[in-house]
Design a protein around this ligand. Structure first.
Ligand SMILES: Cc1ncc(COP(=O)(O)O)c(C=O)c1O
Length: 437
């Protein structure tokens, strides 16, 4: 029950009695304080003792326009009194139709059909199954292998994990996973690296395209893969190779979608249309779980036939196309449209870029990099056992900023409403944290 006089410790103790947190060695919480959040507004999270924290990672990369955003709140509240949810098989509703019409307009040209689910991993599963099934409906039974990039991350359900390549998440579960192939990600942001990596993929296609259903990539930034970035030329080359070898291109824009790379969608930056685009996270502005796969009419047509031909795509999740989540998504798209967000972000990204350069003064900084609204500081000289990221995390919390480094990678991915003063605070605290190591 809600208790006005509750403090951080009360909730922390109750929590640890009954909860098992994601991506966490729970024993760490014997010494690492769990932070109970009482409320949040804008870029700030506030605990039960009045301490506030700038959410520099948009609460796992989902938040776009701040917490308890008035506009999104109002739209979700309005929807709550109209329709909270309805089964999407055999039924439909206005929010999901409007959202789909808008996504078809906003995503790269040629993506015309929307298939919903409720988180990034399940949408990746949808795209993989749809790709395989589309080939099967075309009579190509052997195309059952998926290719992904080295160092990739696509979620943690069995199929999504199978196309991932980050040891930390994958190694333990290896015996459970689908057999997949990995082709090298471009080693840096140069055009040469993009060309070299594309050449490797083409070699693989030459040898195995009869078996390959699709290649799945995180366009431009590999998020959980230590914020590795590459040149958009790679996507252009992949598109061409996929066309020539009858391999689908799946763009997993779960993290990079909705403006993180500086354009609304990373594929638009590269000027390509994938066969499938996977969206989640920022789709609802960070409010409610929702994901969607968009594909072409060409793919859709392969499933469209009389019932007894058994070609329908049989995949469903109970909360598919939830009306509240769609209302939050429509409100999020309203803000993108009405407030010229992508253009304004260019100015903010430039400011972040200037601030990043200062980190190069520090001896333990190897390099800095940036794509759009994602800034990265890479540290050098530490071993993984030193848990250097955890030290930066602790320092950040003590000084009012939620940073959540990926090992030796300190990154900034704040909500787009962050002001220059808040950027100063976020990056100054990170600077001091790194200096104090
Ligand atoms: C690129 C990418 N794909 C898929 C996922 C999985 O999304 P979810 O955590 O909603 O299952 C993530 C999550 O971080 C991601 O970054």
């Amino acid at each position: 029950m809600y208790n006005r006089n509750m403090n951080n410790n009360d909730l922390k103790n109750r929590d640890l009695d009954v909860l098992w947190h994601p991506c966490t060695q729970m024993k760490d919480h014997e010494t690492l304080p769990l932070i109970p959040i009482k409320k949040a507004h804008g870029v700030y999270l506030e605990d039960f003792e009045g301490n506030s924290y700038i959410d520099a990672i948009s609460s796992w990369w989902v938040n776009m326009f701040g917490h308890t955003n008035k506009y999104i709140n109002d739209k979700v509240k309005e929807q709550l009194d109209t329709l909270e949810h309805v089964i999407l098989a055999g039924f439909t509703h206005e929010q999901v139709v409007t959202l789909s019409e808008r996504l078809v307009k906003l995503t790269p040209e040629g993506l015309e059909k929307c298939f919903y689910s409720d988180n990034g991993s399940s949408a990746v599963e949808v795209a993989l199954k749809m790709s395989y099934h589309a080939h099967l409906n075309d009579g190509k039974k052997g195309k059952s292998t998926f290719v992904s990039l080295t160092n990739s991350y696509h979620g943690e359900t069995i199929g999504a994990l199978s196309v991932g390549d980050v040891e930390l998440y994958k190694d333990t579960y290896e015996p459970l996973l689908l057999k997949t192939l990995q082709t090298p990600v471009p080693k840096d942001m140069s055009v040469e690296a993009a060309r070299e990596a594309a050449k490797s993929f083409e070699e693989l296609c030459k040898e195995k395209s009869d078996e390959i259903s699709a290649i799945i990539v995180e366009p431009l930034i590999q998020g959980a893969g230590y914020m590795h970035m590459y040149n958009e030329e790679f996507l252009v080359l992949l598109r061409d190779i996929c066309d020539r070898y009858d391999v689908h291109l799946i763009a997993d824009e779960v993290m990079v979608g909705f403006g993180r790379t500086g354009e609304l969608f990373a594929c638009k930056k590269a000027g390509i249309t994938p066969d499938f685009i996977v969206l989640s996270k920022g789709l609802t502005g960070g409010y409610l779980p929702l994901s969607v796969v968009l594909t072409t009419n060409n793919i859709y047509a392969k499933f469209y036939c009389d019932y007894n031909e058994h070609k329908a795509f049989l995949h469903s999740h109970s909360y598919t196309g939830n009306a509240l989540a769609c209302a939050a998504a429509n409100a999020t798209l309203d803000i993108f449209e009405n407030e010229n967000i992508i253009e304004n972000n260019k100015i903010k990204a430039q400011y972040i870029n200037e601030k990043l350069q200062k980190f190069l003064d520090l001896e333990n900084v190897a390099s800095v990099r940036q794509t759009g609204m994602v800034g990265v500081v890479e540290l050098k000289g530490y071993k993984s056992e030193e848990r250097i990221g955890l030290k930066v995390y602790r320092y950040g919390l003590k000084h009012g900023v939620l940073l959540r480094p990926l090992g030796h990678i300190i990154y900034f991915m704040p909500p787009y409403i962050i002001t220059n003063e808040e950027i100063d605070k976020m990056m100054d605290v990170a600077y001091e944290a790194i200096k104090a190591l």
